[in-house]
Design a protein around this ligand. Sequence first.
Ligand SMILES: [Zn+2]
Length: 332
Amino acid sequence: MLMKDFLRQAGGSAVIDGGLATELERHGADLNDPLWSAKCLLTSPHLIRTVHLDYLEAGADIIISASYQATIQGFEERGFSREEGEALLKKSVEIASEARAIYYERCIEASGACTGGEKVLKHRPILVAASVGSYGAYLADGSEYSGNYGEAITLETLKDFHRRRVQVLAESGADLIAFETIPNKLEAQAYAELLEEEVIKIPAWFSFNSKDGVNVVSGDSLTECASIAESCKKVVAVGINCTPPRFIHGLLLALKKVTTKPILIYPNSGESYDPDKKEWVQNTGVSDKDFVSYVDVWCDVGAALVGGCCRTTPDTIRAVYRTLSSRFVPPS
Ligand SMILES: [Zn+2]
């Protein structure tokens, strides 16, 4: 019920935040590291908090923790103990929760004044989603964008890989777990089984990525992947992230055929990522204005949660917020 109640209170649709890594870099963070944005958990948690606040003030109703690339195994490889790795995972959620608390204080401070300019300072339900990136994101070899883990990786390997991290994040104070950029069916199945077997007490969303506008990146059928999410009671929303905006409409129509759950959409800016060079290439991205011109259409087709992934900014999210606000349905 969490997501449906939340969406009703939010007026029918809600805003997810935007890209974290690009914004951290804009604030001066150096992310040239296999831990990527998770590196900031160690070196500059204040920057993560600032970016979360920027997104809340741009109108985001859901902020996603900086744990996408944070794994106990990844931290262990950097010389941290298992306990320290677990503490860093929890810290990612604590930073997001702190940002929410600071934001609520700012809303109270702003309530007496009519200023605030561009900032959205409006007390409203805000969710903290604990990000879980795929096994490929941990490998940091681009396989999150190919979904090809090789024959040696089985359902059990993936469950074992994610188990402790999901347990820790479920007890971290987050409102839900965001399984993001899921590249294949096997990993979706692993998450669904973990949620059941480990009696995870908070709900989750499943979000897949696509590079052809038809299937998920591995070539597995999107509808088969989404059906796994649909049949898992713990999953409260399903959708697409880190995918070029031009593919979203077709993917949404495919999702609608297999899910009754709220659909979430947080595309990237449309630029493409070169996993070999580890950088974004070709400025083929759409401008914020163009990105947002799609949002109404996505909502018409059934998207209930909209935000941005890589390379999107608080400006993108502010524009999404304005579009969704214009569609507001008062809670009955
Ligand atoms: Zn992304």
